[in-house]
Design a protein around this ligand. Sequence first.
Ligand SMILES: Cc1ncc(COP(=O)(O)O)c(C=O)c1O
Length: 374
Amino acid sequence: MYNFDQIIDRSNTGSLKHDLYAGRDVLPMWVADMDFTSPPEVIEALESRARHGVFGYTIAREQLKAVIVERMAMLYNWQVEPDWIVFTAGLVSAINCICRALCRPGKEVIVFTPIYPPFLQIPSVNYLELVKIPMLNDNEYYTIDFDSFEKSLNPDSGLLMLSNPHNPSGRVHTRAELEKLAEICNRHNLPLISDEIHCELLLDGHKHIPVAMLDKETLNNTITLMAPSKTFNIAGLGCGFAIIANPKMRAKVTDIVHKLSSHPNIFGYEGAYAAFKYGEPWRKELLSYLTANRDLVNKELAGTKLKANSPEATYLHWIDCKGLKTGPGETPTTYFEKRGVGVSTGAAFDAPGYIRLNFGCPRAVLAEALKRMK
Ligand SMILES: Cc1ncc(COP(=O)(O)O)c(C=O)c1O
């Protein structure tokens, strides 16, 4: 019913993804947004709000909180209280605020690498120390190194930042992994910040488990971050939210969000409501389309020097390019740019030698990119 094959011209729209290669024959397959239009109901909601014509300071309406509460119950059977929801102007902004709210300067922020680049950058801008725990990599299947994680803990440990599903590997952490992780965090009184922005983009029937809902103790020790932005391709609308059951944590985070961050955009609220309320048929078709795209990447790269994993979630493929013969001073990213494909560089994720390929695009574009890469 929805036409994900349609190629949409994004030039002259200020697209971060496309403008990087403006005027060059390079297919942009890097930053994590998709080249699809959002669900029609989202577009209609934005048009309707624009027609109202008054765009003053805006807060989230109760109906938006209600639709999020309903969604948590529908998707995960998680009973969330409306008061637990704290809206933010996107999740990078939320993570910065959480670092400020929960850690005094000098505390340590733990991340599992490779990881979404802002996780590596946010601690230092908040006067915090970054502690990197490399994930275990079994033939491109990434898991948490629990022993190293626990050994790293000390009185200066401030918080753990988790990405689940994991960007860039596309792993969906299992219940057993989450239970083990939560148990360690709870035992050490280490707040767990679970960034679940990709949680509605699960492929192959994988099921997302919000770590906070495992048990009462974990709920009390965890901040969950979610947003409609990746799922419904509305990252430019700048709206995300934290779910914080612990009242003390919530008060601290809310205070910093108010002092440090801008309000989410009016259109962000409107887009989020329409997406969550009406976007399910679109999301279901999107997931089938992305699964077929993911399978195409697996098929085309099989047997080449590029070692691709098969992501369980998201529209991002994490590819080991260490087998590639690059020239002097050349990285895998510049190598592919020369061949007309713009990918994210693994070094930014703390993994030189890797690239991240965004396959959230019409299949014909993906097929052309894969042809150029081979
Ligand atoms: C794990 C993760 N968190 C956060 C973000 C960005 O969030 P926002 O655009 O809401 O700041 C991304 C975007 O790719 C992401 O992958």
